[in-house]
Design a protein around this ligand. Structure first.
Ligand code: 5GP
Ligand code: ZN
Length: 112
């Protein structure tokens, strides 16, 4: 499968890892949009939020528990934003489920 994030998981494309275990990987975004910009992905290939279902969605709760840990590690004590872009209207550019952690400054209040 020609998936950029599967290649990052496989180590075929280098990344700056923040956290890794058997289920998930967190790494720094190559084009950060905030002082802290981390992507958290499941190791299982899921295309996006729109491919989640009762069978494969357990990892999402696991990811969010780790997001809280990672944000603490990164010192984001004043808050942060968690975003998952979905499909064309959502401007998703990589079709492998990922959650952006954005923080380290006062973010814009506009959602779109
Ligand atoms: P999306 O636009 O799909 O929500 O987010 C994809 C993110 O992946 C973008 O923020 C983009 O900067 C990041 N990205 C794209 N290619 C790479 C890469 O090769 N390495 C890393 N670390 N991030 C990447
Ligand atoms: Zn993938």
């Amino acid at each position: 499968m020609d998936c950029l994030f599967c290649k990052i998981i496989a180590g075929e494309i280098p990344s700056t890892k923040v956290y890794e275990d058997d289920k998930i990987l967190a790494f720094r975004d190559i084009n950060p949009q905030a002082p802290a910009h981390i992507l958290v992905i499941p190791k299982e290939h899921i295309g996006g939020v729109d491919e989640l279902n009762a069978e494969n969605s357990g990892v999402v709760g696991y990811i969010f528990a780790k997001i809280a840990e990672i944000a603490r590690q990164e010192g984001l004590k004043d808050g942060y934003r968690v975003v998952s872009n979905v499909g064309e209207h959502g401007c998703q550019s990589v079709r492998h489920l990922h959650f952006h952690i954005l923080g380290g400054k006062q973010l814009n209040g506009n959602m779109v």
